[in-house]
Write a new protein. Structure first.
Length: 507
């Protein structure tokens, strides 16, 4: 098969540029690597040859293959040495003026039919190309670090980009072993845009005093199946990377509340407490290992009170069966006895609101998150309200821990933890579809490959019910009075009539 681009240039020899050069050489292109810093391109070439040598030592490739790849990698010292290239991929500093200046120079060097591509992660492709005489030859070609392992690449058309160019870049991405997704030129494109909900909502939860960092991480790993909790993830990526992206997308969308950053990360960034690479972030690190506080044990309760379940509880039948399996004494009257634990399971509302609306004694009322089937989770989450008695809290904790499943007890929160984070993720993804930034299929592909979520955001909505997600959002907006939680029209319409979010037919 003929390679889409036989001679390509990569400008910028940092980790990103080096990774792009690696997969391009392995795909069969002649790669010309350049960096403005003296010696940087040669150092990157040496690192890649060393890496291929290690693969030979491990028996993953033979010496002939390593030699062939090495022979396809070249370094150059000046932009004029790139005149013969079919494609130039820019991977320099994330500054608009620097990228515009580079492409203006390149336009006068390369031939007229050469393709120019920017690896920008957050800047407008249209803005980068605005200084060009022929902006139709520029497109976004956004890889993720580490490039050889992160198998997705966003192909972005600016307002004046020739559509055929994006088709060719997508074909080349496949030849490099990557999966291309097509995106419109909007802040954050697909992956960085869709990822706004996970960290920012977790930060809001902590800022409200609902739970600490470790508890939020445990809940989202064990209930939803995320590989890393949001604070573990931010420690890994580092706040000097992630917080500016939060602010950039928020500002580019003219302070859209759905993307609102947090003072918590701003303060930690200012203090240099940015994550694992400096030994301290949301966790402290000793020899690279996070120092995670131990979970509080379940209480031992000699006399377990009976349990009464609200008739409005979500998954009420499943909740009754769970209580039976745990050996609870269940009350079935119209109202709870004075001794009973009063159990509510709202969607989106906080425990306080439910107790007031249903005229329950708040001192004996406690909530449980039942958005997700209990059998499908590794953790149960209970929530108190400000008036919940300590003995009721401790008894509920002991009861729901009887079978050995982990239990977290948090303070009152509209939507607990899982509901509000999942609903925010699904809502932002739905609005990406509403804006026509990409297709639902490409959205799911980009997020699962680029963010490593256990499900695509639209698949999350389908699994736990678009109608339920919609209810969570409506009720959270009532509790908090914040337009951050207003449902996207795309989700509202589909959720209201029970349509799938992933199987979308255009009409």
């Amino acid at each position: 098969m003929k390679i889409q681009y036989s001679n390509i240039a990569v400008v910028g020899a940092g980790a990103m540029g080096r990774g792009i050069a690696q997969i391009a050489a392995q795909a069969g292109s002649q790669v010309f690597l350049m960096d403005a810093n003296p010696g940087a391109a040669d150092a990157a070439k040496a690192a890649l040859n060393e890496q291929w040598g290690k693969l030979v030592a491990k028996g993953r490739i033979d010496e002939a293959q390593a030699a062939a790849w090495g022979a396809q990698l070249h370094t150059v010292q000046a932009l004029g040495d790139l005149a013969h290239c079919d494609l130039v991929i820019e991977a320099i500093v994330e500054r608009l003026d620097a990228k515009q200046g580079l492409f203006s120079q390149l336009e006068s060097v390369v031939r007229e039919n050469a393709v120019l591509a920017t690896n920008t992660s957050s800047l407008s492709v249209t803005a980068i190309g605005a200084a060009l005489k022929h902006p139709e030859r520029l497109a976004g070609f956004h890889f993720f670090n580490p490039v050889p392992l992160m198998k997705v690449v966003e192909v972005i058309a600016g307002l004046k980009t020739n559509p055929a160019l994006c088709t060719d870049l997508a074909s080349y991405a496949r030849q490099m072993g990557h999966t291309p997704v097509q995106a419109q030129d909007t802040p954050g494109f697909i992956v960085n845009h869709a990822g706004r909900g996970y960290g920012t909502e977790a930060l809001r939860i902590v800022s409200e005093g609902v739970a600490d960092f470790a508890t939020v991480d445990r809940i989202l790993r064990d209930q939803v199946g995320f590989k890393l909790g949001p604070f573990e993830l931010m420690d890994l990526t580092a706040l000097d990377v992630s917080h500016p992206v939060m602010e950039s997308i928020y500002r580019q969308y003219y302070d859209e509340p759905r993307y609102r950053p947090s003072v918590i990360t701003a303060q930690r960034l200012a203090g240099g407490v940015v994550g694992k690479k400096v030994g301290e972030g949301f966790y402290r690190y000793v020899d690279g290992a996070a120092q995670v506080p131990a979970e509080p044990p379940a209480h031992v309760v000699a006399d377990m009170p009976p349990v009464w379940v609200s008739p409005r509880a979500s998954r009420r039948a499943e909740l009754y069966q769970l209580l039976k399996d745990l050996g609870a004494s269940i009350e079935t009257g119209q109202s709870p006895s004075p001794a009973a634990i009063t159990l509510v399971a709202p969607l989106g509302f906080d425990v306080t609101t439910v107790a007031v609306v249903e005229r329950l004694d708040p001192a004996r009322t406690i909530g449980i998150d039942m958005l997700i089937d209990d059998a499908a989770t590794k953790r149960r989450v209970l929530a108190t309200n400000p008036a919940t008695r300590i003995d009721i809290r401790n008894a509920a904790h002991a009861l729901f821990a009887r079978d050995g499943k982990a239990v977290s007890v948090i303070r009152d929160s509209g939507g607990f933890v899982t509901q509000r984070v999942v609903a925010t993720i699904v809502n932002i993804a739905s609005d990406i579809c509403q804006q026509g930034i990409c297709s639902p299929k490409d959205l799911e592909t980009a997020v699962t490959l680029g963010l490593g979520y256990p499900l695509g955001p639209l698949a999350m909505g389908d699994r736990w019910g678009p109608t339920n997600i919609l209810e969570v959002l409506f009720n959270m907006q009532t509790v908090y009075g914040d337009t951050r939680y207003r449902p996207s029209p795309w989700l509202r319409r589909r959720g209201a009539i029970g349509l799938s979010l992933t199987h979308v037919e255009e009409n």
